[in-house]
Design a protein around this ligand. Structure first.
Ligand code: UD1
Length: 419
């Protein structure tokens, strides 16, 4: 199992390019199941989860070819099976995103119940309930979701809670359904909008993506298209914190500041000077210690849960006390224990963590427990005195493209140690 060896090394300085967004890439890869034509995808990040999705499609008989870095062409005409097996699904919860498209296009799907990050129960009941409302017959048997439908029918679906992949699954299903579907209390995340834009390029009739009510007029067929994935806002935010936590200056390019307003606000509150252009963001801490900020995670456009761990790392070395409330996932504070191994002062009660900033953290061996938790540990290590060994970095490889190379470009001392 690979590890990262990190030496805290003063302020990071420089420029880094944002990769394509993992959470947009995964549903868009699955959208290729909705047509017999070829879907060409650009700006695809090279990530473990993208590789898993490619393997998932390939084992179904889908042709996936690459014409260059970050480019794939996918054709699902010769699909041979509509089964997503446990071996793949257990490593990536987002595999559930094949369910809607397979059911809409092929009339059947068998998807193993998902695993993924260990950050709480994370059920998929809302995906299933929505598909049932569209006429699907669904059984859960032997750890598999078994779904069948003739042609799905448009329906009005009101989500009990905002779910990102739930919205995406139903959006893809509705694109080929008979009649109109209305999704209420839909997720407004930029990745949902990117998927909708890809589907529209494929001939889908969708209005309102990016708001909480999405209207979809089902069509008989979708066609091929070419689509470029939006930049990764979470990766962008993570590199900005790398600048903030080390009191440095970091510019992220090929990104989109409009997707990060809640995060940029918090960085300003932490004392960072921020400048933005159409596709770049620069953070300058002017050599100062960050101030503690309070965080309360909510669905977009609120503060993203996927940035919570990284801000906890920042609060660990900030001046003052920061209160962090996690409202999206239970059990998403596993990084706190590991941050304490580096000398952080954190008290947790229920879904609230109170972080009292310390002047310096000090290096120690720590263990990554999920994707964003591991990013937090890397950030903390970059600001700590001495050496930190982060174990189980496969979690970080799921969602950050070449993170160690990018951090080294900024002056970070980080090496991958292959066991
Ligand atoms: C997606 C993101 C993930 C992010 C999360 C929240 C992808 C691939 N992953 O995950 O990075 O952290 O959104 O922004 O896009 N829920 C139910 N029933 C359901 C579905 C969800 O109760 O059927 C609950 C979950 O337990 C959770 C909340 O809804 O408490 C939000 O989860 P959801 O938005 O579905 O997360 P994901 O789509 O899995």
């Amino acid at each position: 199992m690979d590890k990262f060896l990190i030496q805290g090394n003063g302020p990071l300085h420089g420029e880094v390019i944002a990769s394509g967004a993992k959470n947009a890439a995964l549903p868009i890869l699955c959208a290729a199941l909705l047509t017999d034509d070829t879907l060409a995808i650009r700006n695809l990040p090279q990530l473990w989860d993208v590789g898993t999705t490619r393997r998932l499609l390939t084992q179904m008989g889908v042709t996936v070819s690459s014409s260059g870095p970050g480019q794939v062409e996918i054709n699902a005409r010769s699909i041979t099976t509509c089964i997503a097996p446990y071996e793949l699904v257990k490593t990536m919860r987002a595999s559930i995103l094949v369910l809607g498209p397979l059911l809409a296009k092929r009339g059947e799907a068998q998807v193993s119940l998902p695993g993924g990050c260990a950050i709480g129960a994370r059920p998929v009941d809302l995906h299933l309930r929505g598909l049932e409302a569209m006429g699907a017959e669904i059984d859960v048997e032997g750890g598999f979701i078994k779904a069948r439908a003739k042609r799905l029918k448009g329906a009005r679906i009101v989500f009990d809670v905002v779910t990102v992949t739930g919205t995406e699954n139903l959006l893809m299903a509705a694109a080929l359904a008979d009649g109109q579907t209305v999704l209420e209390n839909a997720a407004c995340e930029p990745e949902v909008v990117d998927l909708a834009n890809c589907l529209i390029a494929m001939g889908a009739k969708i209005e309102g993506a990016g708001t909480s009510t999405i209207h979809v007029q089902g069509v008989e067929n979708l066609h091929g298209a070419s689509h470029s994935v939006i930049p990764d806002r979470i990766e962008t935010g993570t590199f900005l914190i790398a600048g903030a936590i080390t009191r440095g200056r970091v510019r992220v390019t090929q990104t989109d500041p409009r997707m990060l307003e809640a995060v940029l606000d918090k960085l300003r509150q932490a004392g960072a000077k921020l400048s933005t252009g159409a596709d770049w963001i620069e953070l300058d801490m002017l050599g100062r210690r960050p101030r503690a900020v309070d965080i309360h995670t909510t669905p977009h456009p609120g503060f993203p849960t996927d940035m919570q761990a990284q801000f906890m790392a920042l609060d660990c070395v900030a001046e003052g006390v920061g209160t962090i409330r996690e409202t999206i996932f239970e059990n998403r504070f596993m990084h706190a224990q590991e941050l304490m191994r580096l000398g952080a002062e954190i008290n947790i009660e229920g879904n609230t963590a109170v972080v009292t900033g310390v002047e310096r953290l000090s290096g120690a061996p720590v263990m990554a427990t999920d994707l964003r938790a591991s990013a937090a540990l890397v950030l903390a290590a970059l600001s700590a005195d001495g050496e930190t060994l982060v174990d189980r970095v496969y979690h970080i490889d799921r969602g950050y493209e070449h993170i160690e190379e990018k951090l080294r470009k900024l002056g970070g001392k980080i090496q991958r140690v292959t066991a």
